[in-house]
Design a protein around this ligand. Sequence first.
Ligand code: WQD
Length: 351
Amino acid sequence: MSKILVTGGCGYIGAHTAVDLMENGFEVISIDDNSRSTTLLAEGIAKITGKPYKNYKVDLKNFDDTRAVFQENADITGIIHFAAYKAVGESVEKPLEYYENNMEALINVLKCVREFNIPNFVFSSSCTVYGSPDVVPVTEQSPIKEAESPYGATKQMGEKIIRDFAHIASTNTVLLRYFNPVGAHPSNQIGEIPLGRPQNLVPAITQTAIGKLPQMVVFGADYPTRDGSCIRDFIHVSDIAHAHTLALQYLLANKNQSKTEVFNLGTGNGVTVLEAIKAFEEVSGEKLNYIIGARRPGDIMAIFANNQYAVDTLNWEIKYDLKEMMRTAWAWEQKVKKEGLLTTAQKSALN
Ligand code: WQD
């Protein structure tokens, strides 16, 4: 059984990917310092798969502690690197923390990849590397423009570091550029747990609908789009997760055509913020309490993916539509409330 190391394996996308990997026959271990995640999702993974999920609670900025995990697991055949801070707005307020955390963690992991000759490496990248595109949908060849935030800059730099490393190493690499991951696993055992007030649209919608937030603000409805609100490519987190399994299988089968390959992970459908809210209202039967407010600094007007290369090359099939994304997100929010899954720390952060 091939052993995969997932960094950030207790986080939203990391946990969903761990489930998909385990359901596809991989053994999975995680490194996650739980600074931005809880053990809750690790428990959920074990419930879904019926298998134990080992997380090493290690700060990847500590090279010796990180190296020790590799020393203990000499049979790692692939790595998926999720561990990073990822709030666009926060990165503008705390640039040094973002550059230090996201770059130091990546470099320490790559130093271990080099020392232990790990053959396959998948990187959690982002459509934010495109900046504000002149043409949509974006392909993997669309221009990489000035990053709109330090978060986006860390993803652009991460991709460059990995390319330069792969050029001299025996490791084959894949960069996966996510669009907007949303929703929760259909089992409702894992989902998104934002620490503090949610930055992203869908958790803001579900937390408003459940009453955790008094009201939601639509950040701008005066954009030159079909209804004035921004356009995004929302994609179910389980579709994103399965693409990681496919990318690893692609590398393990030595099908890659170069040392570093890039794939857009989006549905290819542009959806406006107001359309997303409408889809939620239809699915949940809830009338969302929102107002139209000012534009959010750093937001781009429209971005969505041309995902054909990932569909054709990885045989990737999108399984979840927008209503299913909203349905699973809402079911998870209702479970979090019903079972009081928010820890005390998170509750105090919310108030
Ligand atoms: C989406 C739209 C907001 C909250 C995300 C991730 C980033 C990257 C790309 C992976 C925008 C609007 C939001 C609210 C709103 N993904 N909005 N009211 O900015 O596209 O970035 O996807 O790497 O990591 O953060 O996502 O959900 O914050 O915003 O009107 O309360 O929803 O203005 O137009 P974004 P988002």
